[in-house]
Design a protein around this ligand. Structure first.
Ligand SMILES: Cc1ncc(COP(=O)(O)O)c(C=O)c1O
Length: 385
């Protein structure tokens, strides 16, 4: 495989440090490398593969649509796009949708809508929030390493402390156009917002008349044991951003807004050539149908609970966070555990020196969860050796 890795080094822009693994195919929760060694996939393409690799139902729908019609642009009507918007309306209780090709694009659109509708400029985001890598989304992303080389970004943006009501109160005022928040911070390592903190956002919204944007790009479509993280908290945003597992790995995202703010939108305010093409919308419709048919939101809740209970019993585990199948674990030495798992056929994602993130397909079975727990148990952190 080394020659392939060297070829990549020569021709690819080196933004990513990859694991030395060439993945050839996937089946359910399993990935297979070039030597046909199999790995239990607890990464799921960074929380994208919701209904499993090689899902026959979703793939057959995509193939059917591929032969019928791939793309016509938003200058024309296509059925899958309208059906998907109707489906999302039912699932999210938001009213109107526009489709994108990625998470960061959904955030870009959301920020534009907020400014257009409120006429105000100032965004509030949070320490450790991640919203994407394009200029607008990057502006509301916390990590300075990601932001600094690309300044000036859009401004003003204020970063309040996550879960600090005092810091939130200091950050918002009458010039705030929108507060954008991940209800469960994903890239940071799975850190859920406190309910009273979310409640305070909405009280301040009423006082200062800003919009609330829930970035549910990572938490959406059953990942957290409910259809959306907002269903755990019981609050309704003005704008929701979606992507990732919406198409089981097929690139598709969405911006959803309330009818109330739609009044401030004019034709021409935003656009996309590929966004909402019939192929992507069909992939998403089929994914959602499969989640519904197989009760995968419930499976996410049950398997997540099983995982968390098992993890809490492991003596090296210091903290287990999250909801459903979005789990962050402080294991002490994430690099060493990661190596142990990979050697023993399990892929996870280390989000810091101490933490791993577990975000498998929602189809994961109890046998697969137990297998992962057994392999984890066989690892001893350096301190315990
Ligand atoms: C919460 C959140 N928002 C936005 C993004 C950006 O999505 P994409 O990588 O599809 O642009 C991500 C990606 O990790 C995310 O987790």
């Amino acid at each position: 495989m080394n020659d392939w890795f060297e070829r990549e080094k020569r021709v690819f822009i080196q933004f990513f440090n990859r694991y030395p693994l060439m993945i050839e195919r996937g089946e359910g929760c399993w990935l297979y490398d070039a030597e046909n060694k199999r790995f239990l996939d607890l990464v799921a393409g960074i929380a994208c593969i919701s209904v499993g690799h090689g899902n026959e139902y979703v793939n057959s729908r995509i193939k059917e649509q591929l032969d019928r019609l791939v793309h016509v642009s938003n200058l024309f009507y296509t059925r899958p796009q309208i059906e998907l918007a109707e489906k999302l309306k039912t699932l999210t209780a938001l009213d109107r949708f526009f489709f994108t090709n990625s998470g960061t694009e959904s955030v870009e659109g959301a920020l534009k809508i907020a400014r257009k509708v409120t006429g105000k400029k100032r965004f509030v985001s949070f320490v450790n929030d991640f919203h994407g890598r394009t200029m607008g989304a990057l502006s509301v992303t916390w990590k300075e390493k990601f932001r600094k080389p690309f300044e000036p970004l859009i401004s003003p943006v204020e970063f309040a402390k996550f879960n600090s009501i005092e810091s939130l109160e200091d950050a918002v005022d009458k010039d705030t156009t929108a507060v954008i928040v991940e209800l469960i911070q994903g890239e940071a390592g799975v850190f859920p917002a406190r309910r009273d903190f979310v409640k305070r956002i909405f009280e301040l919204k009423d006082e200062f008349e800003f919009l609330v944007i829930f970035d549910e790009i990572q938490t959406g479509f059953g990942r957290v044991g409910e259809w959306f993280a907002k269903d755990i908290y019981g609050f309704q945003p003005d704008i929701i951003t979606l992507a990732k597992s919406m198409g089981n790995g097929f690139p598709v995202g969405a911006i959803g807004i309330s009818e109330e703010i739609h009044g401030g939108i004019e034709s021409g305010d935003h656009g996309s050539t590929f966004g909402g093409n019939p192929l992507a919308c069909t992939a998403s419709l089929a994914t959602i149908e499969y989640i519904e048919k197989k009760n995968l939101v419930e499976n996410s809740r049950k398997m997540g609970e099983r995982f968390r209970k098992g993890l809490e019993k492991l003596d090296f585990v210091r903290e287990v966070r999250g909801h459903g199948l979005m789990i962050g674990v402080d294991v002490g030495d994430a690099k060493s555990l990661h190596e142990h798992l990979m050697k023993n056929g399990i892929l996870v994602n280390a989000t810091s020196e101490r933490d791993i993130r577990i975000i498998p397909p929602l189809t994961i079975s109890s046998d697969e969860v137990d297998f992962a727990l057994r392999v984890m148990e066989s690892w001893k952190s350096k301190e315990n050796q």
